[in-house]
Design a protein. Structure first.
Length: 299
């Protein structure tokens, strides 16, 4: 496991109590943060090994091998890789089209690596966007994602309904000139809840999703339906409720013609009355956040 990174006195942890995030403590948040950093370290390592001719299937296998060598034995979902116009989900109509193919990477081609490992019971779900070479369009998509991260956090703190936030994200994309590509995901989700799962030496998967994680998501769906909320953040009526306390894997996904880009990371939501404690990104030291900071300094 990567080194512990969440200081007990850090602003995002200080004052957080079990009453604000049921079932979680500062120690548990460290666990989620560490596995998220592990996943992003995997993405950066694999991205650095991509060369022309590598297929999506090979890139997905590289992610699996890298994480298994570091102790990962369970998954929320197995790693994905999308190259070229598949980063914008061009022509996607059925779930099977999300799975890695024999599409080969070419110079100047965008790519997305997406993985959701479970380690020591903690879950991460991340998305990493890159390009094999220089592409000003891809750079612009990555830069424009920053406004979505800021919008989502601000409106969650305002306790706007998930459905309303989704619609505002979509409007911002349209204003920027992009298509909303997370609409292509099952149920059109922009996010879903993540939780701890029972530790297993090995956990089977069904259609690429770990059975333990699916059980947890199904349990949340059953309880949420009874109590008027959903673990899926979508544009539909079942998401027309304020943000539910817990951890949410959020992934706004922009598309412009044959190019797509996204980030995916964990947003922590609590029931605290303190705005800064009511919602915060689990970690601000991630590749896309560092990229935006470097671009501001360069400007």
């Amino acid at each position: 496991m990567v080194a512990a990174a969440q200081d007990e006195n850090a602003p995002e942890v200080r004052g957080l109590r079990a009453r604000t995030l049921p079932g979680s403590t500062a120690s548990e948040l460290r666990g989620f943060r560490e596995v998220q950093r592990l996943a992003y370290a995997c993405a950066e390592a694999v991205a650095g090994q991509l060369r022309p001719g590598v297929t999506e299937r090979e890139a997905a296998r590289m992610q699996r091998v890298w994480l298994r060598e570091r102790g990962v034995r369970d998954w929320f979902h197995l790693p994905f890789a999308w190259f070229g116009d598949r980063t914008a989900f061009a022509g996607f109509r059925i779930p099977l089209q999300f799975f890695p193919t024999d599409r080969k990477l070419e110079p100047g081609m965008p790519f997305i690596l997406d993985m959701a490992p479970v380690y020591q019971g903690y879950t991460a779900d991340i998305g990493y966007s890159g390009c094999l070479g220089l592409d000003p369009l891809h750079d612009k998509l990555l830069a424009d994602l920053e406004a979505h991260r800021e919008l989502i956090l601000r409106q969650v703190r305002e306790r706007r309904s998930l459905r309303e936030i989704y619609e505002d994200v979509e409007r911002l994309m349209a204003t920027q000139g992009y298509a909303n590509r997370h609409r292509a995901y099952p149920f059109g989700v922009i996010a879903h809840k993540v939780d701890r799962v029972p530790e297993r030496r090995w956990s089977p998967s069904v259609f690429g999703f770990g059975t333990q994680s699916l059980k947890g998501l199904l349990s949340d769906a059953v309880h949420g339906h009874r109590d008027g909320w959903s673990p899926l953040w979508s544009p539909y009526r079942f998401s027309d409720h304020p943000p539910r306390p817990g951890l949410w894997a959020v992934e706004p996904h922009l598309g412009f013609r044959g190019t797509g880009a996204k980030f995916e990371e964990i947003l922590v939501v609590t029931d605290s009355e303190d705005p800064e404690q009511s919602a915060f990104w689990l970690d601000d030291d991630l590749p896309h956040v560092r990229r935006w900071a470097e671009e501001r300094v360069a400007a």
